[in-house]
Design a protein around this ligand. Structure first.
Ligand SMILES: Cc1cc2nc3c(=O)[nH]c(=O)nc-3n(C[C@H](O)[C@H](O)[C@H](O)COP(=O)(O)OP(=O)(O)OC[C@H]3O[C@@H](n4cnc5c(N)ncnc54)[C@H](O)[C@@H]3O)c2cc1C
Length: 414
């Protein structure tokens, strides 16, 4: 028997005074082995579908707050098809005029540092982040203004300053550069796996299975349906399926989320040459042309080229990088990093973004149900905010107070 929303809020410690749910222990979560689970139903409080960075941190936070949570992923946490499955993702505070995400990134950076210590795994690689441009753009001016207001450390450099500081970069055609020294890379795939390990250590359950919406009753979804035919009931159901959201709810989301293809190419660095490693070279962005990440753990210097709008199906696309894209990448590398001219491609990846129309995240109840949440729309900048999304989505799901302005920004629209 599934419980209703009133009982759920009671479990979450949010029921009106005097209303309580017998047998529920809301004290801090203990490891699974010694935790008695006394509940009205054997069904979990929450099922989260999708163990990418958004789903994994949402599940972790809910579990840490005392709820029983099952996390379901079709291919496993950090898998190669997922948007979170890359080697590295960058955390830079600056984000044009979108001040909300500056605040989120500042707090997320603290979370990542805390998790790194708590989980005793290296998740962060300090690099700094450098945006270069032929002229001041509106985005750079907005970023600078908000950096100043929030006192985020940054530097502005011209071509001479660039040449002196990072002689590996050729500044031809570049007039202005803005450097955020506190930016870092997150070891993305590893961080997702670490968060899911923490979730399980705290008593959460991971299932590897493909899930679809299940039976409904009025404005409730009673369960999800696994590919095996099994039904998994829960009080609240969260779909954090990233680029798959449009396949899970085609009528609702096909027109609201796009999944453009993005090629990622790693170039070898010369033997014995450390100048392209993270100790010597920052993340370099030249929007909208490309961005590069320095060599981390010998994977090579990573470049991703902007521009394609080709939509991909994350389940079935063959992840080869075509020759014309490889050629373009070679040309850009030779231009900006002349000492890497002629270096071979050592690895390639094909990923996909999951863009909303306005590039804001998407966190909302499904309009047809009172217990089904849609969490996604990372829009090319979601990874770094994973811990913040976990916190925020857990608040929404548990009915806790959140910032109304943020709720509005993240609502389903269009
Ligand atoms: C090339 C590239 C570079 C990027 N760079 C950055 C960056 O530098 N900084 C940054 O912050 N962000 C960056 N991003 C964006 C960031 O990676 C994404 O916003 C984020 O990873 C999205 O996470 P997610 O959990 O929403 O989705 P995903 O990571 O895709 O996770 C969704 C999960 O759901 C599972 N799933 C889907 N459907 C089902 C189903 N029916 N049943 C069960 N499981 C299902 C999948 O297997 C998958 O594991 C980049 C993205 C790309 C593609």
């Amino acid at each position: 028997m599934a419980i209703n929303r009133r009982s759920f809020l009671s479990i979450a410690g949010l029921a009106p005074a005097g209303v309580s749910f017998a047998g529920f222990d809301a004290s801090p979560v203990k490891p699974r082995s010694d935790q008695p689970v006394l509940r009205a139903s054997s069904a979990p409080d929450v099922v989260v579908v999708g163990a990418g960075v958004f789903g994994a941190f949402t599940a972790l936070r809910l579990r840490e707050r005392g709820l029983t949570v099952v996390l379901v992923d079709a291919y496993g946490p950090g898998n190669s098809r997922s948007s979170s499955g890359g080697e590295t993702r960058s955390l830079r505070v600056g984000f044009d005029d979108r001040e909300l995400y500056f605040h989120w990134a500042l707090k997320a950076a603290e979370y990542w540092r805390t998790f790194e210590q708590e989980w005793k795994r290296q998740l962060i690689v300090p690099t700094g982040s450098l945006e270069i441009s032929a002229r001041w753009t509106q985005g750079m001016e907005d970023t600078k203004r908000i950096y100043e207001r929030l006192r985020v450390p940054f530097e502005v450099l011209g071509p001479d300053g660039l040449r002196q500081r990072w002689p590996q970069i050729n500044p031809d055609g570049i007039e202005v550069a803005m450097y955020e020294p506190g930016a870092f890379l997150i070891k993305a795939r590893e961080a997702v796996m670490a968060s899911v390990d923490a979730f399980q250590e705290k008593g959460g359950t991971l299932r590897i299975a493909q899930a679809q919406p299940g039976n409904t009753s009025g404005r409730r979804m009673e369960n999800i349906r696994l590919a095996s035919g099994e039904r998994l009931s829960a009080s609240q159901i969260v779909f954090a399926c990233g680029p798959w959201l449009r396949k899970v709810f085609p009528e609702l989301l096909e027109s609201r989320i796009s999944t453009p293809r993005r090629e990622v190419i790693f170039f070898g660095t010369p033997a014995g040459d450390e100048r392209f490693g993270s100790s010597y070279l920052p993340v370099v962005l030249e929007p909208p042309r490309f961005f590069t990440f320095p060599n981390v753990e010998g994977r090579g210097l990573k470049i991703s080229i902007g521009g394609t709008s080709q939509q991909i199906d994350p389940d079935n696309v063959e992840r080869f990088v075509p020759a014309d894209v490889v050629k373009k990448a070679h040309d850009l590398m030779s231009l900006r990093f002349p000492d890497l001219k002629g270096q071979p491609v050592v690895e390639t990846r094909v990923c996909q973004y999951e863009y909303t129309a306005d590039r804001h995240f998407l966190v909302d109840l499904h309009p047809e149900y009172d217990n089904v949440w849609v969490v996604g729309g990372g829009s090319g900048h979601g990874f770094k905010h994973g811990p913040m999304m976990g916190e925020y989505a857990a608040d929404r799901i548990m009915g806790r107070a959140t910032d109304r302005a943020v709720d509005q920004l993240f609502r389903l629209r269009g």
